[in-house]
Write a protein that binds this ligand. Structure first.
Ligand code: F6P
Length: 254
């Protein structure tokens, strides 16, 4: 629209789309590091896009974090998405209650008038606990649904910020530094070239599963996440990125 054009956002969008080799992109004005309403604008943009894309009875897998919480906040009834199911993409991942995928999917479902499933698993999981828990019928049923998701909504974080937020043990943090971890998504940590350098063991979507997902929608912004976003998109699945002006401008300087 006119405002969009006037603010030069469509120019930014065109440049960033090319730089990150994305199929689609939306850039909202501002910097979500300094203003919460910018995060809400990204949330609103995500909901608008989802509303256009979603079909009846589809499964939407969602990750945690404050950005996804903002998407939930802005969620509206999805006309064509009647009977859609919201489900956490991965178990746990050590977030505060309000930023956990479980809390977020419940809120999204309520506002979208859809349904939801929860995944209650501690993380990181030990190998033995993992092997046992995936055999639990209730967990297994939910996992099958996660694997058949047609839409994935996820955030990206700065690697060190996420390691701190999750109270990651010191030896793992040291290893992340040594391997130059830059970004984090889905419990995977990536270096500047988008190579996986560490993975939190938990149940749910694994990186390879994304290849068969119809729409992967990434929502991440803020000046502080520019490196992380660029790092993730070196290899990460790219359908739609919703970001903000501050992140976009910073990435274009690289
Ligand atoms: O922990 C879930 C998660 O989606 C991470 O994968 C991601 O790095 C982070 O949250 C993003 O959180 P925020 O939107 O608060 O920056």
């Amino acid at each position: 629209d006119f405002m969009h054009e006037a603010m030069g956002l469509s120019v930014l969008e065109r440049q960033l789309k090319e730089k990150l080799q994305l199929n689609a992109i939306m850039v909202v004005p501002g910097n979500s590091d300094s203003h919460d309403w910018v995060k809400q604008e990204m949330g609103k943009a995500c909901v608008t896009y989802l509303k256009k894309r979603i079909k009846s009875a589809q499964t939407v897998a969602v990750t945690g974090g404050t950005t996804m919480a903002a998407v939930a906040e802005m969620m509206v009834p999805l006309d064509d998405g009647a009977d859609c199911l919201f489900i956490p993409a991965r178990g746990g991942i050590g977030e505060k209650e309000e930023n956990q995928a479980n809390t977020i999917v419940a809120k999204m479902a309520r506002k979208a008038r859809g349904d939801y499933r929860l995944l209650y698993v501690p993380d990181p999981l030990s190998e033995t606990a993992y092997q046992t828990i995936i055999k639990e019928p209730a967990v297994n049923e939910t996992l099958q649904r996660v694997k058949s998701a047609s839409v994935v909504l996820h955030g990206i974080g700065d690697a060190m910020t996420m390691a701190r937020r999750r109270k990651t043990p010191e030896d793992v943090t040291a290893q992340l530094k040594e391997n130059h971890a830059v970004s984090e998504a889905f419990g995977y940590y990536f270096d500047g070239n988008g190579n996986v350098v560490h993975k939190v063991r938990t149940i749910g979507i694994q990186l390879d599963d994304l290849d068969s997902v119809d729409q992967v929608i990434t929502v991440a912004g803020g000046h502080s996440k520019a490196n992380a976003i660029a790092s993730y998109f070196n290899k990460g699945k790219r359908d739609m990125l919703i970001t903000d002006e501050a992140a976009a401008e910073e990435i274009l300087k690289m």
